[in-house]
Design a protein around this ligand. Structure first.
Ligand code: PDD
Length: 285
């Protein structure tokens, strides 16, 4: 079936969907985005994603391209037109197109692009063995809380991971602490059994999945420490996992060339994954 995209107020077949060559997203990466998971035709955590979009726009002094209500309708229409059951909505807003000039355009007309893609979320086939990550230096700018389309360090990091036969790269700050994955948040259960994930400030993206998992943990009465952890602490961890919209909760069983724990997904990560899948699908079994 031909895919349908939405570009600046129009639904178009994907091959006909275009933005201008002087779009500031293309020239300066002057834009922000969201990836919203869709399960059984329903958007998961829509409000959390749209709140974060609003925050990213605000931090970069960009106007909303249209109202939240219109975006909600467009996303549903894309799910319908693309007959999407399971997959992602990709939504990007840029500061629009204008003759190349670093300064903001005097009368901004933001570009809004929304696409829908079918894909398996949090693939079960990866869960049995868990995935491997490598560690790499975090070479990003200092406002990682903004979901900007300026993703070169992540592109290079993910490629390095792929070439090393790993699924993800965990980025490490100048003091030796893991910040996050190139497109996911990083968690460990350390040697003492303490669940640790980095606190969400300017140094990492406040993952919507991360926030949902924190709520599930609170409901379960499971404590955790929100603080940075070193690569060494991760090497010695009993369990490790990553969270993101497209991975849900994914066990990490190798970090660089070391096994995590006994090399199999741990019990807490599997439990959290079950809880999250039940929450996302609305099924409780
Ligand atoms: N990535 N950290 C980074 C750097 C990310 O890019 C992402 C999301 C996350 C997890 O956030 P969330 O739980 O809201 O998906 C953490 C998306 C999925 C992407 O770029 O494709």
């Amino acid at each position: 079936m031909a895919r349908v995209a939405y570009v600046n107020r129009r639904f178009l077949p994907l091959p006909a969907a275009r933005v201008h060559i002087e779009d500031r997203g293309f020239q300066f990466a002057d834009g922000v985005y969201e990836v919203i998971p869709v399960q059984e035709g329903r958007l998961i955590e829509e409000a959390g994603h749209m709140d974060r979009l609003g925050r990213s726009l605000h931090e970069l002094r960009m106007p909303w391209p249209t109202t939240r209500r219109v975006m909600a309708l467009v996303m549903r229409e894309l799910v319908r037109r693309n007959r999407l059951r399971e997959g992602i909505i990709y939504l990007q807003v840029t500061r629009g197109s204008s003759p190349r000039d670093f300064r903001f355009p005097p009368d901004p007309a933001p570009t809004l692009v929304i696409t829908a893609r079918s894909q398996v979320l949090g693939p079960q086939r990866l869960v049995e063995d868990g995935v491997g990550v490598i560690t790499i230096p975090d070479i990003r700018w200092k406002r990682r809380d903004i979901k900007s389309v300026s993703l070169l360090p992540q592109v290079l990091g993910k490629q390095r991971a792929a070439e090393a036969g790993a699924y993800e790269a965990w980025m490490v700050d100048e003091d030796g602490f893991v910040t996050e994955g190139t497109s996911s948040n990083a968690w460990i259960v350390n040697r003492e059994g303490v669940l640790v994930t980095r606190q969400a400030n300017h140094m990492i993206l406040r993952g919507v999945t991360r926030q949902a998992v924190l709520r599930l943990l609170a409901e379960e009465g499971r404590g955790l420490e929100e603080r940075p952890f070193t690569v060494d602490e991760a090497y010695q961890a009993r369990e490790a996992f990553l969270t993101s919209s497209s991975n849900y909760v994914m066990p990490v069983t190798r970090i660089d060339d070391r096994s995590v724990g006994n090399g199999k997904p741990g019990s807490l990560v599997l439990k959290l994954r079950d809880l999250y899948v039940a929450y996302a699908t609305g099924r409780t079994s």
